[in-house]
Design a protein around this ligand. Structure first.
Ligand SMILES: [Zn+2]
Length: 275
């Protein structure tokens, strides 16, 4: 026997079909919106829609740019970085892979995450520091604006590779007996290094987008929070540095972001995601 829908069932089926059709249209339009955003990000050196999802939340404006909480600054860079290519590498912090894993696990429990690796062919040298040309240009423009206010900002550090990070990390840790690290004997020393220094593979400096700034005559870095540079830059939710595509990298109010807050470090995300 062939099923013939009644009039009511017919209406129900056609409404369902219309609904499915509408959902399909919404889905296709959304996809197209992402494509558009991805193209925009490509111009800003980004290939991601995760950041789009992040900023598409209703966002208030702070002096012409989106307002972010300290946590949201961190999330924005994480979203952008998650979508970049990770490079396979075979560095060893210690010869014993169990010890490496142990150190990385402590790092990750503090909020450190694996970072992408810059395309070294695209980096340029600026004052003996490797960085992307658009990061240098953004810094130069920011520095020039600050100079007009008699404030001097310095570009102290940019891209750093795994080997460099390993050297810094081991130097700060001092001598250890690697196998004893597994017993927890060096946890305190490890954590005090991790307060300021990422394990290799976990530094934002690997990405090529992170910059350490100094301020004034003596190139202060660690006291950056106390400088007139920081006062000027942090004004109105950092709108003056957002203008050049920078946001704070490890802001003051965030727990579990890896290191302790680093008021001297900024990451370049481009202006496209900030307004
Ligand atoms: Zn740094």
């Amino acid at each position: 026997m062939i099923w013939k829908p009644s009039r009511d069932e017919g209406i129900l089926i056609s409404s369902a079909l219309v609904c499915i059709w509408m959902l399909l249209i919404v889905f296709i339009t959304q996809q197209q919106r992402y494509d558009y955003i991805i193209i925009n990000f490509q111009q800003e050196e980004y290939r991601t829609d995760a950041a789009y999802i992040h900023i598409s939340k209703q966002r208030a404006e702070c002096a012409g740019y989106y307002c972010f909480t300290d946590n949201e600054f961190v999330e924005l860079f994480d979203d952008l970085d998650e979508n970049r290519a990770y490079q396979e590498y075979d560095y060893t912090l210690f010869d014993n892979p169990d010890v490496n894993e142990y150190v990385n696990a402590i790092g990750e429990s503090r909020g450190y995450s694996r970072r992408s690796y810059a395309n070294e062919d695209e980096l340029i040298e600026y004052n003996d520091i490797l960085t992307y040309p658009f990061v240098r240009d953004a810094y130069v423009a920011l520095r020039n604006e600050m100079q007009q206010e008699q404030i001097s900002l310095h570009f102290v550090s940019g891209y750093r590779d795994f080997e460099d990070q390993k050297r810094i990390f081991l130097q700060k840790l001092g001598s250890t007996i690697p196998e004893r690290i597994l017993t927890g004997e060096y946890d305190e020393e490890l954590n005090s290094v991790l307060d300021k220094t990422a394990p290799p593979g976990y530094s934002k400096h690997h990405t090529g987008y992170a910059v350490d700034f100094g301020c004034g005559d003596n190139y202060l870095v660690f006291e950056f929070l106390e400088t007139e540079c920081y006062d000027w830059m942090s004004y109105e939710n950092f709108s003056r540095v957002k203008k050049y595509g920078f946001i704070p990298s490890y802001p003051q109010g965030v727990e579990y972001q890896g290191p302790n807050p680093e008021p001297w470090e900024y990451v370049w995300v481009g202006t496209g995601v900030l307004q």
